[in-house]
Design a protein around this ligand. Sequence first.
Ligand code: SF4
Length: 66
Amino acid sequence: MRVHLDAGRCQGHNRCRTLAPELFDVDEVGQAVQLVDGDVLAHLNHRARLAASNCPEYAIKLLEID
Ligand code: SF4
């Protein structure tokens, strides 16, 4: 799985960091920061899906790859 944060859509709700702290952090102004270069380790796939499905701004996109 690959993950992409669209920083332009992020409104800083921080749900992504709460649900997937291995994948997201929040900077000093409250904007989400992606902690991985895109590739999600398999054991974190469920956290990536949680973060994406709970982002109210639809700022987290996932690409499922086999
Ligand atoms: S949940 Fe979405 S809007 Fe909120 S900080 Fe994360 S990426 Fe930004």
